[in-house]
Design a binder for this molecule. Sequence first.
Ligand code: NAP
Ligand code: GDD
Length: 384
Amino acid sequence: MSKKVALITGVTGQDGAYLSEFLIKKGYTVHGIKRRSSLFNTDRIDHLYQDPHDDNRNMILHYGDMTDSMNLTRIIGDIQPDEIYNLAAMSHVKVSFDIPEYTANADGIGTLRVLEAVRLLNLTDKTRIYQASTSELYGLVQEIPQKETTPFYPRSPYAVAKLYAYWITVNYREAYGMHASNGILFNHESPLRGETFVTRKVTRAVSRIVLGLQNKVFMGNLSSKRDWGHAKDYIKAMYLILQQETANDYVISTGVTTTIRDFIKMSFLEVGVDVEFRGVDEEEKGFVVNVNDEIFSKVVGEEYLAAFKNRIGESVVGVDPAYYRPTEVELLIGDNTKARTKLGWEPTYDLKALCQDMMSHDVELMKKEEFLKNGGYRVLNYFE
Ligand code: NAP
Ligand code: GDD
């Protein structure tokens, strides 16, 4: 039997990296589309990369861009994929307010370009398509918890672009009988998460604070709630969606929601530090109230304990309204009943396990970067 061929757009991103590894282990040949960049942008997939001179490669990269239809059509025509995972997107909600037109082009029309290429190349019967839809579609939520039938109410240029992508995927399925499905994925995180999304910003900053490399961290809205899962679980759902006989749309979530504030507390607790929040709105601050010597020494290192204990009573978290969004999504919580019953999918990581995975990774990373001091660490200067 010949190997299955998958094409992943957004292969250099968090999900693209985990999905590539997963599909290669399943015996696929994985083709990925990466953007040209003046610096290397393949950190997350370098361990999968194979020299182009090797025979029998199972990971092949192509230059491309979601805004270039001829490029996408040529790549799809050349490789004739069995499955396309359309993960490429300008995926930062706050940034989409700064670059709304580009976001619409890449995230909205980009999806149309992929669908139309498959149609024009007469691959409709062969190629199955996964569209990376999002819980951001629910925005100002019309129902709690959100499920496949909950009406959408997008609250950002990103979510509006993804709304177009969602419906054009449904339309191509209904109009041309294409096997095209939406995964409506709720937030999913990991040690590979981009540094400006809230969980990773927090786990990196907490790691640096306890190591004495950073004084405090400034955040935006601490009260919004997210349904967070682990990216490793969520890419399995993408795969399962494309293995179904008929195409369909699925919510992928954990069914548990947590505030940003509680995620910060949880991250500090992973290293034995008790943080208490006092004050309201812009005046809210997180103070160190206690340190568990045993946990701190085990996870961070005994040599950092004395210095950090001097910080008991000090604030380590502040609020800067520059991180607020013009319109916010206050609450997301998903009902994953359809995915559980029809796909047999369920999450294996709860939030504590996810937080532990990210914190242990980032403490070790920052310890390495400590030797490079600030040369090895990019300070987050932008209000993302
Ligand atoms: P990510 O880490 O931001 O990765 C996005 C990927 O898209 C990167 O490989 C990026 O390339 C690529 N990309 C961006 N613009 C592009 C363009 N114009 N042409 C080609 N490639 C482009 O995002 P992720 O967390 O892996 O998410 C994957 C997909 O799922 C995205 O579509 C996102 O919107 C969606 N989603 C994510 C979540 C979540 O919680 N993670 C939830 C629901 C839906 P560079 O590496 O060069 O930047
Ligand atoms: N990024 C960020 N930075 N968010 C903050 C901060 C901060 O300093 N402080 C508070 N937040 C709040 C945001 O206002 C938002 O309510 C929440 O934390 C989550 O923000 P992000 O982690 O940036 O993710 P998101 O929910 O906006 O979007 C992510 O999940 C979507 C699925 O629901 C992205 O991955 C999207 O691509 C994805 O579609």
